[in-house]
Design a binder for this molecule. Structure first.
Ligand code: ATP
Ligand code: MG
Length: 426
């Protein structure tokens, strides 16, 4: 049996990197006062149709949708913003002017063509600031991602691209201009684009990755030319705040994001070290979403970040400092030693909670156990034979350097370890 195409196992050899990223994210979010939200992995299909938009690639081609046993249409979440907004509405998290800053970490599902940096089950970190208008929180969200990249030593490899999508009246004017423009070039459009044009969603055409359309898209009317004073001031403030922070950015007018609910500022963090899947993080302001999902108009902004791409980038630039997962390895051989080994291990683990302690836990030769001790990365082996047991002692053999072996009283071993061993986990 094989796993489903595009869905990968995270094996024991790589899970430490995931755990360390997750721990870093949890702590970072705490430092920014964002609290975790955990929503279900499956939602009513309608949530994504309404929240993301039926003309998006995500909804029209990429969702894992099926009927459950009572005939209700269910979808494995392709992203988590719609679910977060659904939860906020359902539980009144941002009613009457309240605000809530949340984050999430977890798997998402999209039926895409699997390739490097693109999987069918992938994982996202996300941050959402609900109930907050204005440019400041958009910049805070950018600063949050920037802190994560900086502390992972990835910041020099990432470019921040920003754009503004303005507000509904400006977008309507722009959309009308786009419809006119693309209608005049209808014969040059591909099938998807014609459909988007006919569905009144010409903005989606700008998002097309079809190389044959790029020149046409390049010549299309720009939203920038339709922005009113308020939208311009909003975007100017974002740029000024980024400049003050020393964060360089590129204004990319083609950046419309794949999803329908964005207003005002949108942004992406991209790298050129991951081939064509170079977008590590994308987000923006989505004031339209609460209303689209049946609530009042509530301002909100956020981003989603691909964890696989983030970890691939870290791997690419050698940002990992993998540390051995085992500190101490108990080697026990002999009838009596085997019997007491579990008690000795329990004692050591109870007295030294910061130590990672392993053992063979099966009857194999001393030699085989030492081989495993060496492979585990442990700094030292504790050796327990029947002779040691009768003498009430345990031997220490350093595995990573030439220090002399020594012998310690069994009753003293926990104390000896805490004095003599530097651990990874304190
Ligand atoms: P792309 O243009 O790469 O398809 P997107 O616009 O569809 O990205 P979002 O919906 O904004 O992506 O998701 C946020 C982030 O999640 C992306 O920037 C990317 O890092 C990651 N991501 C999206 N789809 C996948 C996937 N199929 N496999 C792995 N990571 C993904
Ligand atoms: Mg996509």
């Amino acid at each position: 049996m094989q796993s489903l195409r595009g869905m990968r196992d995270i094996l024991p050899g790589e899970s430490a990197r995931w755990q360390s990223l997750e721990a870093r994210v949890a702590r970072l979010m705490q430092r920014f006062a964002y609290r975790e939200i955990r929503t279900p992995i499956a939602e009513p299909t309608e949530l994504f149709k309404r929240g993301i938009g039926e003309d998006t690639d995500v909804v029209s081609k990429e969702m894992y949708t099926f009927d459950d046993r009572s005939g209700d249409s269910i979808t494995l979440r392709p992203e988590n913003t719609a679910s977060v907004v659904r939860a906020a509405l359902q539980h009144n998290l941002v009613a009457r002017g309240a605000q809530e800053k949340v984050f999430y970490v977890g798997p998402m599902f999209r039926y895409e063509r699997p390739q490097r940096g693109r999987y069918r089950q992938f994982h996202q970190i996300g941050a959402e600031a609900l109930g907050i208008a204005g440019p400041q929180v958009e910049v805070e969200l950018i600063a949050l991602a920037r802190r994560l990249f900086d502390e992972m030593t990835l910041l020099p490899h990432l470019t921040l691209e920003i754009n503004t999508l303005g507000q509904p009246p400006e977008r309507k004017q722009h959309r009308d201009a786009l419809v006119e423009y693309f209608a005049a070039h209808r014969a040059e459009l591909d099938e998807d684009s014609v459909k988007r044009l006919d569905n009144g969603n010409p903005l989606r055409i700008l998002d097309s990755k079809n190389p044959a359309l790029q020149d046409l898209i390049e010549g299309a009317p720009k939203l920038m030319d339709y922005l009113g004073e308020e939208s311009e001031a909003h975007f100017a403030k974002v740029k000024a705040m980024l400049e003050e922070m020393g964060q360089p950015y590129v204004v990319n007018n083609r950046l419309v994001r794949g999803l329908d609910y964005y207003w005002h500022t949108v942004f992406e963090w991209t790298t050129n070290l991951l081939g064509s899947q170079g977008t590590v993080c994308g987000g923006g302001r989505y004031d339209g979403l609460f209303e689209q999902l049946g609530g009042k108009l509530i301002p909100a902004a956020g981003w989603g970040m691909g964890m696989e791409r983030l970890l691939e980038l870290a791997e690419e630039v050698g940002a990992f400092d993998d540390v051995p997962q085992v500190d101490v390895y108990l080697v026990a051989s002999g009838e009596r030693a085997e019997v007491v080994s579990a008690a000795v291990l329990d004692c050591i683990r109870s007295d030294n909670p910061s130590l990672n302690v392993a053992s063979a836990t099966e009857q194999v030769s001393f030699k085989a156990q030492f081989k495993r001790a060496d492979k585990s990365g442990a700094q030292l082996a504790l050796v327990l034979g029947d002779d040691e047991v009768s003498a009430g002692q345990i031997s220490i053999k350093w595995l990573r350097d030439l220090r002399d072996p020594e012998t310690v009283a069994l009753s003293e071993i926990s104390n000896w370890l805490s004095v003599n061993l530097a651990t990874q986990n304190t």
